[in-house]
Design a protein around this ligand. Structure first.
Ligand code: MEZ
Length: 551
């Protein structure tokens, strides 16, 4: 297998004994900065300022996102919202943060409605592999966790949010365990803790390499047992307001019925997740198909400030070969157990435990300077020397710790315990997002936000495992704050949209936003019925399946 890379694979194998004894060093701060400035996609000027809305004229946004933030709503100007559903709390988003908020509200006496554009659980949460951080180790503490995350975030994390995250870590693990989440334990029955890029002590709990899937499994099962009204395949098109600046619900699009549904709510929690499927600069992504940044657009139109959205996380180890796996996550945990990052000549050029942004920059540099490995389809990457995990930890360790990885690659006749795998940075996480306070309140009354859609917590570079903790801690916080502060029911209008439309008259172009689904998925707001799809397939002689690549 991978005959085309035979020469390079020989060099990788030959250099293993030396690399085992002499791993590449971590870059110093000058080297790290130089790598970021010259090679990291955030620093290449693919961004612009906005002309309208609360962030107009200040920070820059990636071009793809800027166009959507200034786009027009798909809701027709003549539409007059009339509530079809009344609920106390409307949660938008069916991933980990939204599910956690719903569970926290259970039993409070408030009615809760959770709307998700796909199915409950379809989210970046399930894509998270390597683990969740919590200061549970003997030499660890929330302060140490705080310090590590602050350095990793380039000192730009919101200290109040970060403090809450770190302090609430142990309690969140207890909560998830009580719900039934089975974190890996050692022989003494204690949680196994792994290290990660930027953690000064082992702090990452995992469920092998499917941690997010396991967490979402228990959250999803638990939500289905609550009184939460679930609206699956309901796409959030627009938020509604009371005409005096308070959010009072949302207009959804019921994909099955093919019609709008207006929900009146006393409080709305936005938990719509990230935006990796915008595939900035043509990068592949590790994100699930719904991650198109919808919540950012809806909140921005209401007047919410956004922060740090010029900062995205490109996970250094996205799969690069075989192409069917392109962009999929190869968990950082593999690197923390010893897999090294190696170029075409079998040389280890940077410590695999460098911060994610720096490591991504170093990999891009290596490929741009001719030391990458070129696939038969002209994709380029570097090796992640996975057999080193067994060399360092004993035979069978890779398969024991990373069954998901073995399963995915074995379908293409690649055994990562025997052969290295080819990687390239993949768009993984939206570091920035909607500004929130310690209670997850946005700038606009009636609207709370939690999870990846928010910004500030992780600064400019999130550490591994802090996003699964984020959704747990702040999913709960947002719901607790709603419980304390829920307003009375208000009128349902689109007056903010009228104001936004007046402001956007100066914007050229006809972009409609949110995007809802990535172009490559060919998914539509209103899906064609199954029969119609079959009919279209048989009528069209040149029918092609969706192309999962966009780079
Ligand atoms: O938090 C993450 O992004 C994570 C755990 C990713 C991974 O490498 O597994």
């Amino acid at each position: 297998m991978m005959e085309w890379a035979k020469q390079s694979l020989k060099k990788v194998e030959a250099s293993r004994p030396v690399r085992l004894d002499q791993p590449a060093p971590l870059p110093n701060s000058d080297q790290a900065e130089a790598l970021l400035k010259k090679y990291h996609p955030d620093y290449l000027g693919h961004e612009r300022r906005l002309e309208i809305g609360p962030n107009a004229g200040d920070q820059k946004f990636p071009l793809e996102l800027a166009d959507l933030l200034e786009g027009d709503s798909p809701v027709e100007p003549e539409y007059i919202p009339q509530p079809d559903i009344e609920t106390d709390v409307l949660i938008l988003g069916g991933g980990g943060a939204g599910a956690t908020a719903a569970l926290t509200l259970e039993g409070s006496g408030l009615s809760v409605c959770l709307a998700t554009k796909l199915r409950l659980g379809d989210s970046n949460t399930v894509m998270a592999e390597g683990g969740i951080q919590s200061a549970l180790g003997v030499q660890d503490s929330p302060r140490r966790h705080f310090a590590d995350a602050l350095v990793g975030g380039h000192g730009e994390n919101d200290p109040d949010l970060l403090r809450i995250l770190c302090e609430q870590g142990p309690e969140s693990i207890r909560w998830l365990s009580q719900l039934g989440c089975l974190f890996d334990q050692n022989e003494e029955g204690k949680f196994s803790l792994r290290g990660g890029g930027g953690t000064s002590v082992p702090r990452i709990l995992a469920c092998r390499d499917y941690t997010g899937l396991e967490i979402m499994r228990v959250l999803k099962d638990a939500v289905r047992l609550t009184g939460t009204q679930l609206l699956e395949e309901h796409v959030a098109m627009e938020l509604v307001d009371d005409g005096k600046g308070r959010v009072t619900g949302a207009i959804l699009f019921d994909r099955k019925a093919g019609k709008k549904v207006c929900v009146s709510a006393r409080a709305v929690i936005l938990a719509t997740g990230g935006s990796g499927q915008l595939r900035l600069q043509g990068f592949p992504t590790s994100n699930h198909v719904g991650a198109t940044g919808d919540g950012l657009i809806l909140a921005y139109r209401q007047g919410c400030c956004l922060t740090h959205l010029d900062s995205y996380q490109y996970h250094p180890s996205g799969a690069c070969y075989p192409e069917a796996l392109a962009g999929q996550l190869v968990t950082e945990a593999i690197r923390s157990l010893g897999a090294q990052v190696v170029n075409v000549n079998g040389e280890s050029f940077i410590s695999e435990m460098a911060y994610r942004d720096v490591l991504a920059g170093a990999i891009i540099k290596e490929t741009q300077e001719g030391r990458g490995v070129v696939t038969p389809n002209s994709k380029i990457g570097v090796w992640l020397d996975t057999p080193m995990v067994d060399l360092k930890n004993g035979a069978g360790e890779l398969a024991r710790q990373f069954p998901g990885l073995i399963h995915r690659f074995s379908r293409y006749d690649i055994d990562p315990a025997k052969l290295p795998i080819l990687i390239y940075p993949t768009l993984h996480y939206q570091n920035g997002g909607i500004c929130v306070d310690k209670e997850c309140r946005t700038d606009v009354a009636g609207l709370w936000a939690c999870g990846e859609v928010t910004g500030g917590l992780h600064g400019r570079n999130r550490l591994m495992g802090n996003s699964l903790l984020d959704i747990t801690v702040f999913g709960r916080k947002s719901a607790e704050s709603v419980l304390r502060n829920i307003p009375e029911r208000g009128a349902v209008t689109l007056s903010h949209l009228q104001k936004f439309r007046a402001e956007r008259e100066k914007i050229e172009g006809e972009t409609l936003s949110p995007k809802f689904f990535p172009d490559v998925s060919k998914m539509k707001l209103k899906p064609a019925s199954f029969e119609k799809q079959q009919e279209e397939k048989s009528l069209s002689s040149n029918f092609e399946p969706p192309n999962p690549f966009n780079f």
